[in-house]
Design a binder for this molecule. Structure first.
Ligand code: PLP
Length: 447
């Protein structure tokens, strides 16, 4: 791998960033100073010619890697036939094929129906709408730490960072947030050392929310991320997820799994829900579904998605080029990348756990995740005080050393590379991570 010593960003990158600063919306999250020129597999190049390992995959999106030749070919072939016709008003085969494939892999036994949209937030919006329609109820329960998107409906459910909500009140009425389950995991990452009241949130629902705030029979849906993504890659206790299902069954509430980040093979199964042995009623999907082409999906049990013509629609949703990319993506994940995710995910988890004792900031933090969705929490002490500034330094030093890695939550670094990542690339990425962490800990006087 070529790691040039060029300043990052270099002069060409800096020039683009300067122009971007003048014209792009000021709302973009404080951005990572990487200016992309091209990508291939799990590697990307900036406009100044520097090469990087991509441990971020465009926020867990490029499932088959950048520009997988078969995906590119599928896109080109479809683009030469037609780019758009509007799936709401017209029929076309590639949209039906994607719906058929998603219905086959849906994480429930019932037959499924599918609505194709453009993004994660739209999939969440539509999930809430279909739950309200089906139950004829209004209220929705969501969780602290959740990220469901930024359109007004999705943002009403998001409770990740206050900056995302400030200035946009009031939100849609009828949304209540409760604590998410966040068990502490042992330093070996996999076994649960101690579950901090795994049932606190579900008890809270029945003992407090349903008794004091809203009657359970007014609640349309509970929406949750089977692994919290932006909240810091938090894997809840299996009993928590099972109890959510029990509560939904008891009160006739729809369980919506927001699998926008955790779905489509990222955790080594099609859906993170499969790790808990629990079936949702509705699934929101996007991100990895089409290897980077914009596509989202609402997948619901057939009896749930029974709304009348005109109740929900979209101009661009289910775009034929995106659908062609999705079909190829699903085929590739099934053919080879699901197995690769399991194998490389185990290697990643083992390597991080092995690294843990060497680094003061890792020692008391969580290493959590499944498959290629793994978070490393950096903390200051046994009380797990978040080390956010240190995390940001690691992110930056890793960039300078030739690797893209993104943060999540207050002080977590997330490993969510393309699902096709090769062992040697992952190995090099881990070395860069440890070098960057060592340098950041030295700067902070921890080593
Ligand atoms: C779990 C989850 N839901 C929804 C969204 C929103 O997706 P989008 O940015 O495509 O609207 C995200 C984005 O990060 C997400 O992680």
């Amino acid at each position: 791998m070529v790691i040039s010593s060029t300043l990052r960003p270099g002069p060409d990158g800096q020039a683009i960033i300067a122009r971007d600063d003048q014209v792009m919306s000021t709302s973009m999250t404080p951005r990572y100073p990487f200016v992309m020129e091209r990508g291939l597999g799990a590697r990307v190049w900036d406009v100044d010619g520097n090469e990087y390992i991509d441990m971020a995959a465009g926020i867990a999106v490029t499932a088959t890697g950048h520009c997988h030749p078969e995906v590119v070919q599928a896109v080109v072939d479809q683009a030469q036939k037609f780019l758009h016709i509007a799936g709401t008003d017209f029929y076309y085969d590639v949209q039906v094929q994607v719906a058929e494939r998603l219905a086959q892999i849906a994480p429930f036994n019932d037959p499924a129906r599918v609505f194709l949209c453009n993004s994660g937030a739209e999939a969440v919006e539509g999930s809430i709408k279909v739950a309200r329609w089906h139950t004829k109820r209004q209220h929705v329960i969501a969780f602290f730490g959740a990220f469901h998107g930024r359109t007004m409906g999705a943002l009403s459910l998001t409770a990740s960072k206050v900056v995302q909500r400030e200035g946009f009140f009031p939100f849609i009425p009828g949304v209540y947030h409760i604590p998410y389950n966040n068990p502490y995991r042992c330093m070996h990452g996999r076994e649960e050392a101690q579950c901090r009241d795994h049932c606190i949130c579900t008890n809270y629902l029945e003992d407090v929310v349903f008794k004091r705030i809203i009657p359970a029979h007014n609640v349309a849906a509970i929406i949750f991320e089977p692994i919290q993504g932006e909240g810091g890659y938090v894997v809840p206790d299996v009993r928590f997820v099972q109890q959510l299902r029990d509560i939904c069954d008891k009160y006739g509430i729809m369980l919506i799994a927001d699998e926008v980040q955790s779905g489509m093979g990222r955790t080594g199964k099609w859906w993170a829900m499969e790790h808990y042995g629990v079936e949702p009623d509705i699934v929101a999907s996007a991100k990895g579904i089409a290897s980077g082409m914009p596509l989202g999906a609402i997948i619901a049990r057939e009896n749930v998605m029974q709304w009348p013509p005109g109740a929900h629609g979209t101009t661009f949703g289910g775009n034929p080029v995106s659908c062609a990319a999705a079909l190829k993506t699903i085929e590739l994940i099934e053919r080879e990348y699901m197995a690769n995710t399991v194998e490389q995910g185990e290697f990643l988890m083992d390597a991080l756990c092995e690294m843990q004792p060497r680094h003061p900031s890792m020692r008391h933090g969580r290493i959590d995740g499944k498959g290629l969705m793994v978070g490393v929490e950096l903390v200051k002490d046994e009380q797990r005080t978040p080390a956010g500034a240190l995390r940001n330094r690691v992110e930056r030093i890793a960039l300078d050393k030739g690797m893209l890695i993104l943060g999540a939550g207050e002080s977590t670094l997330r490993f969510c590379p393309p699902l096709m990542i090769e062992r040697d690339t992952l190995q090099t990425g881990l070395e860069i991570f440890e070098d960057a962490l060592t340098a950041a800990e030295q700067e902070a006087g921890l080593l």
